[in-house]
Design a protein around this ligand. Structure first.
Ligand SMILES: C[S@@+](CC[C@H](N)C(=O)[O-])C[C@H]1O[C@@H](n2cnc3c(N)ncnc32)[C@H](O)[C@@H]1O
Length: 189
């Protein structure tokens, strides 16, 4: 990213913090969103190893943790560049879970994970950095580790990055609103 891109990225972070402070993203807990989270959890159960370690990129307030049974994983790390969302996630004291503030563009995980998740986060990666970020995350998958990607609607300019990987499963989570749907895929290297 050039200097201007970095400035815009900082501005976006400031906006996310403001929105999280105001509760603007409380709607992620609406029932209409539930099947997106449960589909991700089923992908972990069906395609991940037993008791996996999980990295959730752009984890926000840890809504996924509100759905996932901590018995199914050994360790969960959520990261997000919004320190406000991370503080909210930490305050919930989810079992076996840790949350860190970091920017996905520069974040280097300090260990390998069995499951890495981009849950409504990949489209926020700057165009010029998408491949690099994806490669860095793939390098932090354990042998037979899986990558799970959820993208709202069509995800223009996103899916082509994952098409190069081995697709294990893919589904479209539909709702009663025609324009509200998510595509969710699970991949390995
Ligand atoms: C639509 S929310 C999804 C939150 C969460 N994954 C969920 O589904 O409940 C997108 C999240 O991506 C985070 N995000 C956006 N750009 C980011 C970046 N550059 N680095 C880290 N997180 C980022 C935002 O702060 C926000 O929490």
């Amino acid at each position: 990213m050039n200097l201007l891109d970095k400035f815009h990225n900082w501005r976006r972070k400031t906006r996310w913090n403001k929105q999280y402070r105001k509760g603007r993203w409380d709607n992620l807990r609406n029932p209409i969103e539930a099947e997106r989270y449960t589909t991700i959890i089923n992908f972990i159960k069906n395609h991940g190893k037993s008791q996996p370690s999980i990295l959730d990129l752009g984890a926000g307030e840890g809504v996924l943790n509100e759905y996932i049974d901590s018995e199914i994983f050994s360790h969960f790390l959520g990261m997000d560049f919004s320190e406000v969302s991370i503080e909210k996630a930490k305050a919930k004291n989810f079992p076996k879970a840790e949350f860190v503030t970091a920017d996905i563009h520069t974040y280097i995980p300090n260990q390998k994970f069995d499951v890495i998740i981009f849950n409504e986060a990949f489209y926020y990666v700057h165009e010029s950095e998408k491949q690099q970020v994806l490669d860095r995350m793939l390098a932090h998958l354990t042998d037979n580790g899986i990558l799970i990607v959820s993208i709202y609607r069509e995800g223009i300019g996103c899916w082509e990055y994952f098409d190069k990987l081995k697709k294990l499963d893919f589904t479209i989570v539909k709702t009663d609103q025609e324009k509200t749907y998510w595509k969710i895929g699970v991949y390995k290297c």
